[in-house]
Ligand binder design. Sequence first.
Ligand code: TXA
Ligand code: MG
Length: 316
Amino acid sequence: MAQIGRDTQLAKGFLESGNVVGIPTETVYGLAGNALNLDAVLTIFRVKNRPSFDPLIIHTDSLKKLDQFVTDIPGPARKLAETYWPGPLTILLPKRNLIPDLVTAGLSSVAVRIPNHPLSLALLRSLDFPLAAPSANPFGYISPTTAQHVADQLGDQIPYILDGGPAGVGIESTIVGFENGKATVFRLGGMALEQIEQVIGPVSVQTHSTSNPKAPGMLSSHYAPRKPLILIAPGKTPEPNKQAGALVFREPFGGISAQHQRILSPTGDLNEAAKNLFAHLRDLDSLPIDIIYAEPLPNQGLGWAINDRLRRASAH
Ligand code: TXA
Ligand code: MG
């Protein structure tokens, strides 16, 4: 069983010997390994049971190191990086040969970010390689936002989980790519679209691929609990049902037991809602209920990303 602790030296030792460990980030916990070591990268895919066509994000701690991994940083990409890193934003950039094809699933671009978490930044600073880190959940299941979530699902397969407390943002990073100077968001996430547009102007959003290799891993049934989840229409309420649970924004639904409902943010704060989303979904998944009803949130700020996750979770 994985040891859980706050010892970055211990984590460093495991990573340097090619092992994979759980690491905290501000978005979700990652399953991290040396991105330049094929064995470590293969271990990540095996532990997660992740198909090899789904590329990994590499994590580093400074813009200076980035030049070692990519051949070019377009102007708008640099602007975003300078403004929002460390932070919940991943940028797709043309990769150098140093980055193994296994990491990028054969694509010519690599996804990079600098995570905003003191423990992981300290760890990354101490390493002379970047960390490949997908979310530390079995493929297709809900992403972990605490060290215990990681231990519950992958604890018997990894030696160590670095415990940085509950993730502050709670939803995966926003992914943005550039082609011919044009910015496209491929995954809605912890950095709001409005914030990106403030810096580089209008961006297009392209997240609804079913088998589009441009946004691999963005499969519909991603982020799903084991129980069926029904996304109800805005402003509607579900039929009264003793066997149902609900994930709601500010107030519980009538007709469903209060014990079976989880409120994302009583004050209507979308950042708080994102922070609670995955833990509440996990919680509902463990209750003696047959079905989970979820209420869509306002389409603004992190509401876009939350609604995206709820739609994917409901697509069974
Ligand atoms: O917040 C996050 O991004 C977390 C933390 C741990 O950093 N990581 C994360 O990784 O969510 P993961 O593996 O669960 O999701 C990575 C997704 C892939 O499924 C794929 O959609 C996209 O990033 N991706 C990675 N490399 C890509 C590339 N070269 N081109 C297009 N999409 C890419
Ligand atoms: Mg993931």
